[in-house]
Design a protein around this ligand. Structure first.
Ligand code: ADP
Ligand code: MG
Length: 645
């Protein structure tokens, strides 16, 4: 090994670039964050060849004076931090002063900038980190950064770039994310001159969601509103107990929306786009027993807290954060999302965009990607192929970046359905004169219904002795009698267990169950849990147990099956999951066995009882395994199908 030398800035920048600039999307992220920090409200991004050939971001932010424009390319030159103390409470997106020098070291970069106060602007040009020129120029206020030939001088890194389509999709996904975080700002993205995203300022997040994803998605989303919570932080040895304020807002999807990967989860912490395992876990925990395991919802969530509660300086590209009190944050997010779901009680719709059943090798068919499909309707040049390539099911789903194409030109978003639309307003849609009775107006019809309607359903009958059909104020309902009862029993078992009030029944002839050695070990460990759920068991000779009583409602023939199922769950899950999850899994197993089966004729009183009891549950949306319970064919859909609106 040779003598130690200090690296030249140029080499140091290239090393830093290795961390900060992984691909075109990372350049875009740094540029976009700089523009946001500069107070810009308009972001116009052009890319060519997936960003390899060209990335240009034009903003209308503060701009820079000549000296600053040069200084910005010095290593660790930043206007955003001055003291180490500032690191504890970072309010800007950037703070390290590394991005511009890093990008300049691996590309040909031109920065054009002008402040509002100055008459003339400045053009600065770099190639491979070397300053080529710095001129005065006539420019509009704001900043434009043009990055050409990314990695032209780092062939090793260039090799790691994926296809043009993939890189474009990453850029599109990124700018889509930021556009969601800033509804009041303009975002434009063009790839090889075709427009991929173009959103103009709107007042609410809801309208921005509409612009980006289209209107149908809104029917599947619950508006989380704004949840403020003052949370007590666990006391630290030498600190006074603190209360911190947290806020969660945004949208989460109805459990009917089930995705194969986490790509539809958009998380922002203090306005910063992040990928965070802790928060992802909290979201999935909120959907526990509402969605099949390994499925993910759509979520667009903004978590805000005091800057001191979160360390953003833990990852080179600042996409990860560390919370000072992570379990408090985790539980806040989980509980809030769950509250939103329970309060919303969203109904699953017919025609359902429902989870399709397993298709060739995939746990759920691609159909579950309905939200992406929605945004992929418009064929726009190679970008659409990019999207198609990304949707290729043979690709590893976890690697697929999100991709949202611009929607086909549609009439201006309309959220106010209180305006009464006469049939005439529908033009060609009402070409067939309606001579039969009252005119329906869309205004009278709710956009989406919730399961509170279960309370006043009028049962009409059963289909196949399995599904209850009922009329409600918002349409026609079909309820799966088995999963409905399963949900009722599941919640009943859990709450009875919590109160120590489980209903049990003595078994006339106690079944004697033989266990394997492994089952015997599990049994010894969870005998207490079994008892608290209503199974009174007793060892009966070598590796055999007798079951003297069991939870009420469980048929004698099912007792053995449930016990085996529980032992199996315990074996496979106990070490991995919490005791709470184990209890839920046990309750789900009992509920499933004890619930009314399909192919069972029910008398009207039983049907009434089932609907009422279902209405009383806190989550009548899905059974504990995640299947929908009730489907609504809404009056709106019915009228549409009959061409009445
Ligand atoms: P950081 O964002 O961490 O401060 P950068 O290298 O990304 O570091 O940028 C260096 C500095 O250049 C910033 O602190 C800011 O003062 C200035 N700057 C960069 N981009 C812009 C922009 N679009 N508008 C105004 N100033 C900018
Ligand atoms: Mg920056």
């Amino acid at each position: 090994m040779g003598r130690i030398r200090i690296l030249s800035d140029n080499v140091a920048n290239k090393i830093a670039a290795g961390e900060v600039v992984e691909r075109p999307a990372s350049v875009v992220k740094e540029l976009l964050e700089n523009s946001l920090d500069a107070g810009a409200t308009e972001f116009r991004l052009d890319i060519e060849a997936g960003g390899r050939r060209l990335i240009r971001l034009v903003d209308n932010g503060s701009g820079m004076m000549r000296d600053d424009a040069l200084l910005a390319f010095e290593r660790h030159a930043t206007s955003k931090l001055s003291d180490v103390k500032d690191l504890l409470s970072i309010a800007t997106l950037g703070f390290r002063g590394e991005a511009l020098p890093s990008i300049a070291s691996v590309s040909r970069l031109v920065l054009e900038t002008r402040t509002r106060e100055q008459q003339a602007g400045t053009t600065v040009e770099f190639a491979g980190g070397k300053l080529i020129r710095c001129d005065e120029a006539a420019l509009a206020p704001g900043t434009s950064v043009t990055v050409r030939d990314l990695f032209y001088n780092v062939p090793a890194r260039k090799k790691f770039l994926r296809s043009e389509q993939t890189e474009t999709a990453h850029v599109a996904s990124l700018i889509t994310h930021y556009s969601l975080a800033h509804p009041a700002k303009t975002f434009l993205l063009r790839h090889n001159n075709s427009e991929l995203l173009n959103v103009t300022p709107v007042e609410s997040l809801k309208e921005r969601v509409f612009q980006v994803f289209g209107s149908r998605i809104l029917d599947d989303l619950l508006d989380a509103g704004e949840h403020w919570r003052d949370l007590a932080m666990p006391p630290e040895p030498d600190e006074a107990p603190a209360v911190r304020r947290f806020r969660l807002r945004g949208f989460v999807s109805n459990p009917q929306v089930q995705k194969l990967n986490r790509n539809s989860i958009y998380l922002f912490v203090n306005g910063r786009l992040i990928r965070d395992r802790l928060l992802l876990h909290a979201i999935s925990a909120a959907y526990h027993n509402l969605m099949p395991p390994a499925c993910w919802p759509f979520a667009l969530l903004f978590l805000d807290c005091e800057a001191e509660e979160v360390d953003v300086n833990v990852h080179p590209s600042k996409t990860e954060v560390r919370f000072r009190h992570s379990s408090v944050v985790h539980d806040f997010v989980r509980d809030t999302v769950r509250e939103i779901l329970i309060a919303g009680r969203p109904a699953s719709r017919i025609p359902a965009v429902s989870p399709a059943q397993p298709a060739a090798g995939l746990p759920y068919s691609e159909f579950t990607q309905n939200l992406e499909n929605l945004t992929l309707q418009t064929p726009i040049g190679s970008a659409a192929q990019a999207a198609a390539a990304l949707m290729n099911p043979s690709a590893n789903p976890s690697e697929l970046p999100e991709f949202h194409l611009r929607r086909p030109p549609s009439p201006a978003p309309r959220f106010d359905f209180t305006e009464v639309l006469t049939p005439a307003a529908y033009g060609s849609k009402t070409a067939v004169p309606d001579t039969h009775g009252p005119v329906f107006s869309e205004a009278m019809l709710p956009l989406s219904a919730n399961l509170d309607s279960l309370r006043d359903l009028r049962p009409l009958g059963q289909i196949h002795d399995s599904f209850i059909v009922a009329a409600g104020r918002d349409g026609l309902w079909i309820i799966d009698q088995h999963v409905a009862h399963e949900r009722i029993l599941f919640e009943k078992v859990l709450s009875a267990r919590g109160n120590g009030a489980v209903e049990t029944q003595r078994v006339l002839i106690p079944p004697v169950i033989g266990l394997t050695a492994a089952q015997q070990i599990e049994y010894a460990r969870i005998a207490g849990e079994l008892e608290s759920l209503g199974f009174e068991t007793e060892p009966f000779g070598n590796r055999t147990i007798a079951v003297k009583s069991a939870p009420a409602g469980l048929a004698a023939a099912d007792i053995e099956k449930v016990i085996f199922e529980i032992l199996e769950i315990s074996e496979s899950e106990l070490r991995k999951t919490s005791l709470d999850d184990l209890r839920r899994a046990m309750a789900a197993s009992i509920a499933c066995r004890a619930a009314i089966k399909i192919n069972t004729r029910l008398d009207p009183a039983k049907v009434e009882w089932l609907l009422r009891a279902l209405a009383e549950t806190s989550c009548p949306m899905s059974c504990p395994h995640g299947r929908p319970i009730a489907l609504l064919y809404s009056t709106r859909e019915i009228l549409k199908s009959f061409h009445r609106i």
